[in-house]
Design a protein around this ligand. Structure first.
Ligand code: FES
Length: 456
C-alpha cells in the first residue's frame, strides 16, 4: 500500500479508495486504530445485576463485558487461554463462573474465589495430570486494561497508555451528554428500549462514522423519509426545513464531530408525537426544564455525531447509539441501541420505540438508504482501476472557523466536508503514530491499566 500521506492528501481534500478495500490497510487499522482507541462496548442496561454479562466486540476480537459479584465492570477477551475455545457462546446472561466446553478450565467472576475476577479458578486434573505445577495466576482471561463507565455506557481500550476517557472526548463530551442525559438535561437519564439490533452490511466500516460525523449533503438519499413524513424536522416533506442554525462542529485534534445547532433548538416534533397530547406535553415540559437548567448561553444541541473511530449517535429523536464493527475491508457489523428517558411516561416510550424502528436499524427507512449507498460505494471501489482513484472531500476546504466556547473546535456551516476531513486526518494520525505521546501531545497517558475494575 502507498504511504499514509499519499492515501490521505489533506491539503487537497482527497482520500484514496484503497483505504476502503485494501486487506493490508485493514490489518493495520485493527492494530493501530482498534487496539488503541477508546471503543464503546456496552450499555449498563445489558449488565444490570451482579454476574450479568454481555458479549461485545472490540475490532475483530470478541469480549465479555461483565459485572462481577461486587458490581465492578470488566472487559475480558472471550477466548479460553488453554486452546482458544470461544469461552462464552451466548449473547448475554448471568454467570458467576465461565467454564470452557473444550477441556473444562473455568474462570471465576467472584473476588472471594480468585484475586481478580476473570482469573483462572479451576483446571480439571490440576493435581494429577498437571502435577500441581500449572500456575493458574498466569492463565486468567486477557482483560482490557482500561474500562470506563460513563453515564450508563461502557467503554474500553486495549492500550494501557490511552489517555483518560474524558480527555479523549474533550469538549465533544457535551454532545455525548446531550444524547445520554434526560430530555430535561438530568445527567445520565437514559435507558435502552428493548434489546440491541445487529446486522451485517457489505460496506467498509468507515463509511458509516464518516456519514454521521457531518454529512448533511446526502439528504437527497432520504427523500422517501421526507415523503412519508417521519423526519426529525416534523415531517413537512423537506429535510432542508432543518433549523437555519444547523452547522457542523468538529474537533480536528480528536477526530470527533457533530451536526450541531447553535443556539440550542427546541426538541423537534415529529408528526407522530405532535399528534399525541400526552407525549407532546411531556416534551414541552422537558424543554422548559432544560432551558431553566442551562440558561441561554452555550446550550448544546445536535442531531448526529461520531466519536472516533466507530461510535456514532443521534442526540435527539431518534435517540440512538450505533457501533460499526470491522469484519473485513468490505464488510462491517452494525449495532444499534435505542435510548429513552428512564422516567418517561409509557406513552413516550411507546412512541419512541415505534419512531426509532421506522427511522433507524436494519428495517429503518434512513438506515436502508444509507446502507445502500455505502455498500455500492464499497463494491464499486474494489476494481483494479476504481481502487486507484480518489474520493473528493473538498467541500468547504479552508473555510472552517474557530468555535470560541468549545476547546479545539471548528465549525463550517451546514453543508461541508470539514468533519469528514477531520475524521480521516485523525485516522491517518492513528495509522502513523507509534505511541499515544504522538497522538495526544501534552496530555500524557492515563493511569496505565489498573488491574480489574472500571475507572470511576
Ligand atoms: Fe478451554 Fe481447553 S480450550 S479448556
Amino acid at each position: 500500500a502507498k504511504p499514509i500521506d499519499e492515501l490521505i492528501v489533506q491539503d487537497k481534500g482527497l482520500v484514496s479508495r484503497e483505504i476502503f478495500v485494501d486487506e493490508e490497510i485493514f490489518k493495520q487499522e485493527l492494530s493501530r486504530v482498534f487496539a488503541r482507541a477508546w471503543l464503546f462496548v456496552a450499555h449498563e442496561d445489558q449488565i444490570a445485576k451482579n454476574g450479568d454479562y454481555v458479549v461485545s466486540k472490540m475490532g475483530t476480537d470478541t469480549v465479555i463485558v461483565t459485572r462481577d459479584m461486587e458490581g465492578e465492570v470488566h472487559v475480558l477477551l472471550n477466548t479460553c487461554t488453554h486452546r482458544g475455545m470461544r469461552l462464552c457462546r451466548n449473547d448475554m446472561g448471568n454467570a458467576r463462573t465461565f467454564s470452557c466446553p473444550y477441556h473444562g478450565w473455568s474462570y471465576s467472576m467472584d473476588g472471594r474465589i480468585v484475586e481478580t475476577p476473570g482469573d483462572l479458578a479451576g483446571v480439571p486434573g490440576h493435581a494429577t495430570y498437571y502435577h500441581g505445577e500449572l500456575d493458574k495466576k498466569d492463565w486468567g482471561l486477557v482483560r482490557a486494561p482500561r474500562v470506563k463507565v460513563y453515564k450508563r455506557t461502557v467503554w474500553a481500550s486495549w492500550d494501557p497508555d490511552a489517555p483518560e476517557f474524558d480527555d479523549y472526548l474533550g469538549d465533544m463530551k457535551q454532545y455525548l451528554d446531550y444524547a445520554l442525559d434526560g430530555r430535561d438535561g438530568s445527567p445520565g437519564n437514559n435507558e435502552m428500549i428493548g434489546g440491541i439490533l445487529k446486522w451485517r452490511v457489505p460496506s467498509n466500516w468507515k463509511f458509516a462514522p464518516e456519514n454521521f460525523i457531518g454529512d448533511n449533503y446526502h439528504d437527497i438519499s432520504h427523500r422517501s423519509v421526507d415523503l412519508v413524513g417521519i423526519n426529525p424536522s416534523g415531517g413537512t416533506g423537506r429535510r432542508d426545513d432543518e433549523p437555519e442554525d444547523a452547522t457542523t462542529i468538529g474537533f480536528p485534534k480528536l477526530g470527533h464531530g457533530v451536526i450541531g445547532e447553535m443556539p440550542y433548538q427546541k426538541e423537534p416534533e415529529s408528526a407522530g408525537w405532535a399528534a399525541n397530547p400526552e407525549v407532546s406535553e411531556w416534551y414541552r415540559k422537558c424543554h422548559d426544564a432544560r432551558v431553566e437548567r442551562f440558561g441561554d448561553e452555550h446550550r448544546v444541541s445536535m442531531t448526529v455525531g461520531t466519536i472516533f473511530p466507530n461510535m456514532s449517535f443521534h442526540g435527539r429523536q431518534p435517540r440512538t447509539i450505533a457501533v460499526f464493527h470491522p469484519i473485513s475491508p468490505t464488510e462491517m457489523e452494525m449495532w444499534r441501541i435505542f435510548l429513552v428517558d428512564r422516567d418517561a411516561p409509557d406513552a413516550v416510550k411507546d412512541m419512541a420505540r415505534h419512531y426509532h424502528l421506522s427511522y433507524s436499524g436494519p428495517g429503518g427507512l434512513t438506515e436502508s438508504d444509507d446502507m445502500e449507498n455505502w455498500s455500492y460505494a464499497t463494491d464499486s471501489s474494489r476494481g483494479e482501476i476504481s481502487r486507484s482513484i480518489y474520493f473528493n472531500y473538498e467541500m468547504g476546504l479552508g473555510h472552517a472557523r474557530v468555535v470560541p466556547h468549545l476547546e479545539g473546535a471548528v465549525e463550517n456551516g451546514e453543508f461541508t466536508e470539514e468533519n469528514a476531513r477531520i475524521f480521516y486526518r485523525r485516522w491517518a494520525e492513528f495509522m502513523k503514530a507509534g505511541s499515544w505521546d504522538e497522538l495526544f501531545p501534552g496530555k500524557g497517558p492515563g493511569p496505565g491499566g489498573s488491574r480489574g475494575a472500571a475507572e470511576s
